[in-house]
Design a protein around this ligand. Structure first.
Ligand SMILES: Cc1ncc(COP(=O)(O)O)c(C=O)c1O
Length: 397
C-alpha cells in the first residue's frame, strides 16, 4: 500500500462526500446548473460586507512597510487586541491579546487546539450530529473520537449522556453552537450546567478536561437570540472560530483560537498552542487578512437575508409535512428523513435533482441536512421538486 493505513481509513469513511460531489457534477452535466438544486455545501454565496472591500482598498493604497513578512506565530498584536476586546465585552472575562492566536480558519484553530492537549489514544467527545471533519482532526493527532448523542427531539445537550461518556481517557469535548447541522444554540443554563459537570468530572478523575467551543456561526443568529458566552461558564474552555461565515471569507482562511483567561495553566497552554500553530505548518494566519479583520470585529454579512432564507425554506418544508427543529442560527436545516433509511431518502431526492446530505454522515442516521446559504431564487425554484418528492413519498405534497 502506498499511503498510510490511517489516511486510507479516513478516505473510506469520507467516500460518501466524494460520491455526492460526483453525483452533483453528473446531474449538472445532464440538466444544466440551473436545474440542479444543490443543498450540500456550506459555502456562502453572499459577498463580504462593504466594509471589507473598503478596508482592503485602503490597505492596498497605503501599504504598511513589511506587511508581507513573517511575524510572530500568534499573529499581529493589534489584531489580537481587537479580538480580545470583543470577547471581553461579550463574556465579561478579562480576555487579553495573550489569550488569542490568529489561525488559518476554524479548521486550523481546531487542529492547533487538539494537537496542543491530546496524548496518544486519549478521547475527544463529539456530540452527534457533528461537523464531519472533527473525526479526522482528532485522528490527525492520535486521539480517539467518542460519539455522544444530543437530545434527539431538541438536539440540545444531553448532560446525563455526556457524564456517562466521560472516562479516565477523556481529554476534551467539542461543542458547536449555533450548530452545524442542526442550527440549535445551547442555552445559558445548559452551558452553566455543562461547566459544572466538567469541573466535577475533572476533580473526580484528577485530570484537566477541556471544552473546545467551535463558534464560526456565532454571529449568524435569528429571532433576536444570542449565543451565551462559553468563557463565562466553563473554566477550561477554548474558543475556535473564523470569519468564514460571518464575513463570508472561507477562501481567505482567517480565524482564531482564544483561551479562557481563567483556564488552569493558561500560559503553558498558549505557549503550546503557538508552537503547534507553527509546527503544523500554518506558521501564522494570512497577514493581509489579519490587518483587515482587526477593523471588522463588529461587522457581519446580512444576517436578515439568512433569516429570510430560513423562514422561506422552513415554512415550505413543514407545510409539505417534513418535521424539523426550527434553527436558531447558522444556515442549515436538519429535518427527519421521511424514510427510515436517510441514504435511500437522499437517493430519492436526487431523482428530483435535489442534493442533500444524509444524516448518517453527521453521526445521526434518520435525518438529512440542507444548506441554505444559497440564492433565494434557487431555493424558490426547488420548491416544485420538493412538492413532487413529498407526493411521491405519500406526504402532503
Ligand atoms: C461547525 C464548523 N466548524 C468548523 C468549520 C471550518 O471552518 P473554516 O472554514 O473556518 O475552517 C466549519 C465549516 O463549515 C463548520 O461548519
Amino acid at each position: 500500500m502506498s499511503i498510510s493505513m490511517q489516511v486510507q481509513d479516513c478516505l473510506e469513511r469520507a467516500s460518501w462526500i466524494r460520491k455526492m460531489f460526483e453525483q452533483g457534477a453528473a446531474l449538472r452535466k445532464i440538466h444544466g446548473d440551473d436545474n440542479v438544486f444543490d443543498f450540500t455545501l456550506g459555502n456562502p454565496t453572499v459577498e463580504p460586507p462593504a466594509a471589507f472591500h473598503r478596508e482592503l482598498l485602503a490597505l492596498a493604497q497605503n501599504p504598511v512597510p513589511g506587511m508581507h513578512r513573517y511575524m510572530s506565530n500568534d499573529g499581529y498584536g493589534d489584531t489580537r487586541q481587537a479580538v480580545a476586546d470583543l470577547l471581553s465585552e461579550q463574556s465579561g472575562q478579562p480576555v487579553g491579546p495573550s489569550n488569542i492566536i490568529m489561525t488559518c480558519g476554524a479548521g486550523g484553530a481546531l487542529n492547533v487546539a487538539i494537537k496542543t492537549i491530546i496524548n496518544a489514544e486519549e478521547e475527544v467527545l463529539l456530540l452527534a450530529p457533528f461537523f464531519v471533519e472533527y473525526r479526522f482532526y482528532v485522528a490527525n493527532h492520535g486521539g480517539t473520537s467518542t460519539l455522544v448523542s444530543t437530545d434527539r427531539e431538541t438536539f440540545q445537550l444531553d448532560l446525563a449522556a455526556i457524564e456517562q461518556a466521560i472516562g479516565p481517557k477523556t481529554r476534551a469535548l467539542i461543542i458547536n453552537s449555533p450548530n452545524n447541522p442542526t442550527g440549535v444554540i445551547y442555552g445559558e443554563e445548559s452551558l452553566k450546567a455543562l461547566g459544572e459537570l466538567i469541573e466535577r468530572k475533572s476533580r473526580e478523575l484528577d485530570r484537566q478536561i477541556y471544552v473546545i467551543s467551535d463558534e464560526p456561526y456565532a454571529r449568524i443568529v435569528y429571532d433576536g437570540k444570542k449565543v451565551p458566552p462559553v468563557f463565562a461558564h466553563i473554566k477550561n474552555s477554548i474558543i475556535v472560530t473564523s470569519h468564514s461565515k460571518d464575513l463570508a471569507l472561507p477562501g481567505e482562511r482567517i480565524g482564531y483560537l482564544a483561551s479562557n483567561p481563567a483556564m488552569d495553566e493558561v500560559k503553558l497552554f498558549m505557549e503550546g498552542a503557538v508552537f503547534c500553530n507553527r509546527v503544523l505548518g500554518y506558521v501564522n494566519a494570512p497577514a493581509l487578512m489579519q490587518r483587515l479583520v482587526a477593523k471588522l470585529q463588529h461587522e457581519s454579512v446580512d444576517i436578515q437575508a439568512y433569516e429570510r432564507k430560513r423562514d422561506l425554506f422552513y415554512d415550505k418544508l413543514t407545510t409539505l409535512g417534513f418535521e424539523m427543529v426550527k434553527p436558531d442560527g447558522a444556515f442549515y436545516l436538519f429535518p427527519k428523513s421521511p424514510l427510515k433509511d436517510d441514504l435511500e431518502f437522499a437517493n430519492r431526492a436526487l431523482a428530483h435533482n435535489i442534493l442533500v446530505v444524509p444524516g448518517t454522515g453527521f453521526g445521526a442516521p434518520g435525518y438529512f441536512r440542507i444548506a441554505y446559504c444559497i440564492d433565494d431564487d434557487i431555493i424558490e425554484r426547488s420548491f416544485s421538486a420538493w412538492e413532487k418528492l413529498a407526493r411521491e413519498l405519500g406526504m402532503k405534497g
